[in-house]
Design a protein around this ligand. Sequence first.
Ligand SMILES: Cc1ncc(COP(=O)(O)O)c(C=O)c1O
Length: 395
Amino acid sequence: MPPTPIPLSDLDYGPEEEAAILRVLRSRWLSMGPEVQAFEAEMARFLGVEHAFAVSSGTAALHLACLALGIGPGDEVIQPAINFVAAANTTVAVGATPVFADILGLDEPTIDPEAIERLLTPRTRAVVVMHYGGYPARLADITELCSRRGVALIEDACHAIGALYLDERQRPPHGAQSGTVGDIGCFSFFSNKNIAMGEGGLVVTRRPDLAERLRLLRSHGMTTLTWDRHRGHASTYDVVAHGYNYRLDELHAALGRCQLRKLPGNNVRRAALVAVYRQALSAFDGWIVPFATFAGESACHLSVVVAPDTPTRDDAVKHLKGAGVQTSLHYPCVAGFDAFRRFAAPSLDRSEAFTSRVITLPLFPTMTVDQVHEICRELALATGQETTSGSVGRG
Ligand SMILES: Cc1ncc(COP(=O)(O)O)c(C=O)c1O
């Protein structure tokens, strides 16, 4: 019998999500309305932030962040080279230049604050940090640097809903929810995220001036919404800015509300699974399990391991595939993509080494501890390592 496949991620969906969808269908209102409003209020409360706007994707959130901050042609936006391409694409979409910074190291693949400092120029308008795998970047250093140099901070918190930043020196923003520290925070609720809605996102800020811009730009710069007019709260509208349709709909918001209720428990479950992975993989000679000394509370979005070299990584991936274990690579270095080669990049040695050696292993809240052990045993088998996960054998 071939082994039962283990996917990279899976949904924690049940009767709550089904009931939520039915509730919306029976309400006969599908576009932005009461579910979206409730979702925004619940997210704002969860994150402890004044302004939270539901949007159609994490990419829309990042694009709105650039637009609300007035970033445009001639401006530079410093961002990590190890990231999903959305921050870089939205930088280019507003006519600005992405400037790629190296990561701290193979054991901490978030943006290096010293690299940011070296790359700052009079044209730098913003820094984007990405909380890789749910582990907040070095926010105390970076917020201090951004405020000293008068540069905006955008948090790409798409991996990190529910992650807490704890600085060992207890400097601000000690204990903050990731995504609420910078000028603007961006979240994704794509199918594989800790809150999974299919497509969807959220953009948050504490600044009332940015909140007003985000609200307008999300919906074509219009002063009222269809929902306001439907309820008789308004009969017409003006257009006061050039915006987009980045609205979320009621069906996705209803799913998001169910998923938010499950998030604290699911993040705890993810952390328990990551602890099992860490325990098993730390016995592997020459392999690195990133964030071993991380002091905060991770959202544990990803489980990644760094192989000693590229051939070992590639062999391991091939073996896992044969054993029915799905893997991925978070991420190829953005500066290496064809469309981004035209942007000069400084030395990105650590990012390139990370890309060539990292493997993303399955992680999802409904995963079992046995599945984690199976994956570690297969990995040990593929690479001739000793394992604490017992012997291989899977039906
Ligand atoms: C780190 C990161 N940033 C941005 C995004 C973009 O989010 P979305 O796919 O919702 O547009 C993603 C989603 O995959 C992501 O992982």
